[in-house]
Every structure is written in C-alpha cells, then in structure tokens.
Write a protein that binds this ligand. Structure first.
Ligand code: NI
Ligand code: MN
Length: 241
C-alpha cells in the first residue's frame, strides 16, 4: 500500500498570536484556524500566507473571522464554519464554504473536522450592523496520522468538555486563558482535567493588556501530573505535535 505521508511525519503547529493557528498535516495540507493575522502579536508577514487548503472559523467575532475573507479569496481555501457564518462569508465573496453544525463532522483529504460546543456569543459586525453568526463553536481536528487537536474557540468552562475528552481523545488542546471574554487560567486548568490531553497550549491571551491570563498562571493551577504537559508557544515558531 502506498503511504499518503512519509513515515513518522507529525502535525506542524504554528501560533500567530491570539487564537490564530496554522496546522500543516502529515500529508501536507495547510489548515488555518481563526486567522486574525494582523493581531498585535502576529508576525509581520503572517497575512501574506499563500497556500491554505482549509480555514476553520470558531465564531463570528472579528478577532476570529479576522482575515478569513481575503485569505480565502486569494488562496481558494475552503472555509468551514457554522451555517450562519458560512452564509455571511458567501455574501462577502468567499467561493468555497462548508457549513456544518455542532456534533457534525466533515472530512477533507483524510482530515476529519468535528464541530463541538463552546459557550460564548457569535454576532458578526458588518459596517455598523450586527448580523447573526449562529452560535460559537470549537473544533476537533483528527489528522491523517491519528493526531487529534482540539481548538476550543472562545468559551467558558463547561462540563461537556469531559464528553469531548471521552469521545475525541484529543492529544493536544488549545484553550483560551486570557479571561474577561473567555475563561482564564483557573478554568482552563479544570478544562485540562476534563479533557485529559497529552499537551496543553494556551491562547487568546496577551493580545491586549485586558487579556491578562498567562501560561505561568495556568501552570500554577494545573494538577502536578499535568504541569509538564504545558507547551508555551512563541508566535511564528512552528512546533511538531
Ligand atoms: Ni469571541
Ligand atoms: Mn475572541
């Protein structure tokens, strides 16, 4: 049988600041999640990215929709989001959208994306008007080699994270820790107990002074057996997970 990717290949994950991540799959597919690539912490050339296969949008807020429209139009990427966000994106000129809703999955070139719950709001602001963005969501990405990432989007802590842990068994969890608009380090530490991942990555912090949670605080709040699982990413520096 022909291999679809070189043996031993892993998922290459790059943080662009805030909740924006790039994941390059073992088979070479490029995914962007919540691509706000001009956030204050983003590397200067982040938004010039020119090869993208799939863009995932967790909800309609501008710090998550970010540069999705221009990147999708420029690269021809398919944008995957909840139905209402897809309707908006289509009206903004994105040619390829794939709507799904919570509990549903979509597979593209061997990568399985599942939309899961998040507790947050999701209106889209467009030229001063508020458009319905449906509900906020999170994503579980299962890559060709079985590696599974959970990007929680913007959310509070909720008990069903335990179900996400049991059903999806994420290897890596990306959790908001900034506080104010999402959970902070204390809640994220509890989320880690519910999810039981191998690696823990904080996001949605440090973008503005108000998002004041830090990985150091998260480490403090984690139970001793989990402290070593925390991975502190530098923006623009890829890591293999
Ligand atoms: Ni939000
Ligand atoms: Mn946000």
């Amino acid at each position: 049988m022909r291999r679809r990717f070189p043996p031993g290949s892993r998922v290459q994950l790059t943080w662009f600041g805030h909740s924006a991540f790039q994941a390059v799959s073992p088979g070479g597919k490029v995914l962007l999640v919540d691509p706000w690539l001009e956030n204050p912490k983003a590397p200067p050339k982040a938004r010039e990215i020119n090869r993208v296969d799939l863009i995932l949008i967790s909800h309609g807020h501008s710090d998550h929709l970010g540069n999705a429209v221009e990147i999708a139009r420029r690269t021809g990427a398919t944008v995957l989001a909840i139905y209402e966000v897809c309707q908006y994106l289509a009206s903004a000129g994105v040619a390829r959208t794939q709507a799904l809703n919570k509990g549903g999955s979509f597979t593209l070139s061997g990568i399985r994306i599942t939309m899961v719950d998040a507790r947050h709001s999701s209106a889209i602001e467009d030229r001063g008007a508020m458009i319905s963005g449906g509900e906020a969501a999170g994503f579980v990405m299962e890559f060709e080699n079985g590696t599974t990432l959970y990007h929680a989007g913007d959310t509070s802590l909720f008990m069903d994270m335990k179900l996400i842990g049991q059903m999806e068994r994420p290897d890596v969890v990306l959790l908001p820790i900034g506080g104010l608009y999402t959970m902070g380090p204390r809640e994220a530490a509890k989320a880690c107990e519910l999810l039981n991942p191998k690696r823990i990555i904080g996001m949605h912090y440090g973008t503005f002074p108000a998002l004041s949670g830090t990985p150091a605080e998260l480490r403090k709040c984690l139970p001793p057996r989990m402290k070593g699982k925390l991975l502190e990413l530098e923006v623009g520096v890829p890591v293999e997970v």
